[in-house]
Design a protein around this ligand. Structure first.
Ligand SMILES: *[C@@H]1O[C@H](CO)[C@@H](O)[C@H](O)[C@H]1NC(C)=O
Ligand SMILES: *[C@@H]1O[C@H](CO)[C@@H](O)[C@H](O)[C@H]1NC(C)=O
Length: 415
């Protein structure tokens, strides 16, 4: 039985639809309700020749140098739902419904490929090339959830963005197609979105489709038509409308509001699934301005604060937004896997649990708390706007502590 992927939405908007020469990127991560997501920064690193990197389930060859990255990830795995690197590349991953079931055999997870793309790509196109070549070499598969009872495996789509362009990459096993986007807006969700405009593809993609009897070889090759499951409703990408109907030019605030919207279905809050973390990035097309990445690090964006992060040489780690490490004893690392579920809640998560409960109580105290949270967030957004409109160089000492300080303030404030 094929598991149904909850729709996680990701978006990109280019100028002039996005404001002031900014590329705006956003993503909600819909995951099992009780899963903890952490925000982790890794500095750039040099690696010994022939060294290996241990991903969630398999080890692969390491590269001589990995870029600095900041990622938001389910705390039990190696990869990431979304993140950014020091070169202004952002990547989001989506589980997608296709007519071919995903492999349960442990290989690379789509989320591992997000991190590998960020660690190895200096542009969106380079990250795409990294992802598809690793896909070819190692394949994708394995359990996407920390669940001993059942294997939930998915095919993956990716939205890969830099200051100039975005690539939508959709994969089925080792096969893939990609579309380049440089204008307007784009939403990627759990349905295939590529049709006949394909700018890059696996060399055997069409032969494979033909060999499966999914394409005659005569009709125009329409990726979604060929690879979607028969019962898929291509038009239920709720998020697409949310972004397209925006009349004003799109800002960070617009993107945050879209991600917070439960009525539209973009923010998931169902019996089994929840938007467990969210991100928004602004990538100025002017290269002398810094890229700014906002992460919640906590569930439900309508109850969370988006906190800014900027890459500089001296970024302070944020242990309070990171889950405890269980080392080699981690049940996710031992076979049979997931025999126990350790408590992965980090300090920020725990403080935020209290805040969520207060807000959801519907009492006066909850309204007040929410208001104060939004004020805190607004201060951060305004400070970032100032950075983007100023011609003063960044003070690394100040922005290197940015995310750290915001998390600290948030936790203190919930106590
Ligand atoms: C591609 O196929 C989908 C699904 O059948 C359809 O909705 C769409 O209009 C097609 N697009 C083109 C450009 O033919
Ligand atoms: C890019 O930003 C810098 C710093 O704010 C500014 O001095 C420069 O004029 C901008 N360049 C363009 C092409 O807008």
């Amino acid at each position: 039985r094929m598991a149904v992927a909850p729709p996680s939405y990701c978006f990109v908007a280019f100028p002039p639809r996005a404001k002031d020469g900014l590329v705006v990127f956003g993503k909600n991560s819909a995951r099992p309700r009780d899963e903890v997501q952490e925000v982790v920064y890794f500095s750039a690193a040099d690696h010994e020749p022939e060294s290996k990197v241990e991903c969630t389930y398999i080890s692969i060859d390491q590269v001589p140098r990995t870029h600095a990255i900041v990622i938001s990830r389910p705390a039990w795995l190696w990869g990431a739902e979304m993140g950014a690197n020091e070169h202004g590349v952002c990547i989001a991953n989506e589980a997608i419904n296709t007519r071919e079931a995903a492999a349960e055999t442990e290989a690379l997870l789509g989320m591992d490929l997000v991190r590998l793309g960020l660690e190895r790509g200096t542009t969106a196109k380079e990250a795409l090339d990294v992802i598809v070549s690793l896909l070819e070499e190692h394949g994708q598969g394995g359990n996407y959830y920390e669940d001993a009872n059942s294997c939930h495996s998915f095919q993956s789509a990716y939205l890969i963005v830099d200051r100039e362009e975005a690539w939508v990459l959709e994969t089925i096993g080792k096969y893939w197609a990609a579309e380049k986007i440089t204008e307007g807006v784009k939403c990627v969700c759990s349905h295939l979105s590529l049709t006949t405009k394909i700018d890059a593809e696996h060399p055997e993609l069409r032969n494979y489709a033909q060999s499966q009897g999914w394409w005659t070889g005569e009709d125009e090759f329409n990726f979604s038509e060929v690879f979607s499951p028969a019962d898929d409703h291509l038009d239920c990408c709720a998020g697409k409308d949310s972004l397209e109907k925006q009349e004003e030019s799109i800002t960070v605030q617009t993107m945050i509001d879209i991600l917070r919207d439960k009525a539209s279905g973009v923010c998931i809050d169902s019996e089994s699934f929840l938007t467990t973390a969210s991100t928004v990035s602004v990538l100025p097309q002017n290269r002398s301005l810094p890229c700014i990445h906002y992460f919640t690090g906590t569930p439900d964006p309508s109850r969370s604060i988006f906190k800014p992060f900027i890459f500089v040489d001296d970024v302070k780690l944020v242990p309070k937004a990171q889950s405890p490490s269980f080392g080699d004893d981690d049940p996710a690392k031992k076979e049979p896997r997931f025999q126990e579920k350790p408590d992965r809640r980090h300090e920020l998560y725990k403080a935020h649990e209290w805040a969520r409960a207060v807000i959801e109580s519907g009492q006066e105290q909850g309204h007040k708390l929410r208001k104060t949270m939004l004020e805190l967030e607004k201060q951060g957004l305004e400070a970032m706007e100032e950075i983007l409109s100023s011609s003063d160089p960044l003070d690394p000492a100040e922005v290197g502590d940015l995310f750290y300080d915001c998390v600290d303030t948030e936790i203190k404030f919930f106590k």
